[in-house]
Design a binder for this molecule. Structure first.
Ligand code: MD3
Ligand code: FE
Length: 209
């Protein structure tokens, strides 16, 4: 069966169920990764707590603290390098990116977000990467969430899309800097993740490794 895809922008797509066949492996792999670099709540420069729990794998990990947002090669919790980017993350990301017209995508960072009921992510842009010519690939696992897709300004008109278990989103080019967010998670249950949702975002930072 040909997978359905939703075009959300000129260069933005949601591939429904694209990761379904490997979703259970992805969840198991996340559990192995978070045993090495645990999920944690980060703080912003202004002293707010980021509500979603986060960790990373790959050469670079995204970090936020009183100094602000940045990519780091060491996990500040363990003072060790982040766990390697699993081959299966790399291959599903490259294959989804290819479907969206971005060939040879080779991520060097993967942010793992974990959402509990009531937790969302406010409107923001992803602009901590040096080279914004590369796309971002996102994989949703567990409980569904409503994704808010805006424009180039915080107050631009926005649309809402449901991101379900196994869905893979890819966006780049002129859609790369669009504002986006996640509505607070509704109380629900998924056999692989209980009441929670994981999201993987695979990125190429543009920093030299
Ligand atoms: C952005 N994560 O980690 S990814 C983030 O579900 C982040 O955890 C959210 O935003 C999450 O920075 C959303 C999904 C997504 C999909 C399409 C986009 C983000 C997008 C298109 C343009 C810009
Ligand atoms: Fe984002």
């Amino acid at each position: 069966m040909k997978k359905q895809h939703i075009q959300i922008g000129d260069e933005g797509f949601i591939f429904k169920g694209f990761a379904n066949d490997i979703a259970e492996t992805l969840v198991d792999t996340i559990k192995e990764l978070t045993a090495m670099s645990p999920l944690r709540q980060m703080t912003t420069k202004r002293g707010y707590q980021v509500k979603a729990e986060m960790t990373s794998c790959g050469h670079y990990g995204w970090v936020s603290d009183k100094q602000g947002y940045r990519y780091e090669v060491l996990d500040p919790l363990s003072q060790q390098p982040w766990p390697d980017l699993p081959e299966i993350f790399q291959s599903i990301a490259a294959s989804a990116a290819g479907q969206a017209g971005f060939d040879h995508f080779k991520p060097d960072a993967c942010l793992i977000n974990h959402y509990q009921p009531g937790v969302g992510m406010g409107l923001h842009q992803d602009k901590d990467e040096l080279d914004l010519s590369h796309p971002i690939v996102s994989i949703s696992l567990g409980v569904p969430a409503i994704f808010i897709f805006g424009g180039m300004h915080r107050n631009s008109e926005h649309n809402f899309y449901l991101l379900e278990h196994g869905d893979v989103a890819v966006w780049g080019g002129k859609d790369r800097l669009r504002y986006h967010g996640i509505k607070p998670l509704k109380l629900s249950h998924h056999p692989l993740t209980k009441q929670s949702r994981y999201n993987l975002t695979l990125r190429k930072t543009g920093y030299i490794s």
